[in-house]
Design a protein around this ligand. Structure first.
Ligand code: ADP
Ligand code: ADP
Ligand code: ZN
Length: 216
């Protein structure tokens, strides 16, 4: 099963992805995590991406298409994969389709997590991240020990782009560049929209209902 998690920044894609990964044994491919790892390791890709990311803008399509092509060619994607944060533009979606067509594959389902702006701002401004990719929230989803990751004991941090100016910009960028993907995938009849304003476990139940319709 090849799936895409779609939704604005802060919708809960990463949070749900961790649970989907475990339950369905699908590799979780987060382009945001891949880019942040490159920034931490000072790679040339990281250097190119850094300024776009800190401003809350999208990193150019060519770079993302190269990243995703490379990642999907890895062995762990043979039995399916889950994309989180890709595609974010129509050209990225077209490129994905070309990559998959070459190997006779398709996108089975696009899970669109919908949350209103006011809630997104609360979620993003209270988000704390771990280097392992797990995200927490100071009020809505706090770690067991303050500022320490439950799964790897890493020290939590606040992302640069989770500060107020970049948050606004990311929500605008989402509306202009990523929201058109809702119609793009809806017209292919593979879009399933989930109410992302519910509690974390309830959303996971709703996602399972959608995914259980597909062959594994
Ligand atoms: P969130 O899920 O909170 O919106 P991500 O971790 O997915 O954040 O992405 C963080 C940043 O990384 C984005 O604001 C953007 O600068 C960059 N990025 C991630 N994925 C993509 C993509 N597919 N296309 C362009 N830029 C991307
Ligand atoms: P995304 O990957 O879509 O940007 P995250 O999964 O990182 O979103 O979630 C954004 C923030 O909102 C995090 O602080 C997370 O703990 C919190 N969060 C996620 N899902 C919910 C929910 N259903 N209710 C309240 N807070 C949530
Ligand atoms: Zn961790």
């Amino acid at each position: 099963m090849n799936i895409i998690l779609l939704g604005p920044p802060g919708a809960g894609k990463g949070t749900q992805a961790k649970q989907i990964q475990e339950f369905y044994k699908l590799p979780h491919i987060s382009t945001g995590d891949i880019l942040r790892e490159n920034i931490n390791n000072n790679t040339s890709l990281g250097l190119k991406a850094k300024s776009y990311m800190s401003r809350g803008e999208l990193v150019p399509d060519e770079l993302l298409i190269t990243i995703i092509k490379d990642r999907l060619s890895k062995k762990d994607c043979e039995k399916g994969f889950m994309l989180d944060g890709y595609p974010r533009t129509i050209p990225q979606a077209d490129a994905l389709q070309m990559i998959l067509t070459e190997s006779g594959e398709i996108v089975d389902a696009v899970v669109n997590i919908s949350v209103d702006d006011e809630e997104l701002i609360k979620r993003l401004s209270g988000r704390r991240m771990c280097k392992c990719g797990t995200s927490y929230h100071v009020m809505f989803n706090p770690p067991e020990k303050e500022d320490i990751c439950n799964t790897c004991n890493g020290k939590l941090y606040q992302r640069d782009d989770d500060r107020s100016e970049a948050i606004r910009n990311r929500l605008n960028v989402y509306k202009k560049q990523t929201q058109p993907l809702i119609n793009y995938y809806d017209s292919k009849k593979i879009l399933r929209t989930i109410d992302g304003s519910k509690e974390i476990p309830q959303i996971f139940e709703d996602i399972k209902k959608v995914l259980d319709e597909y062959d594994q």
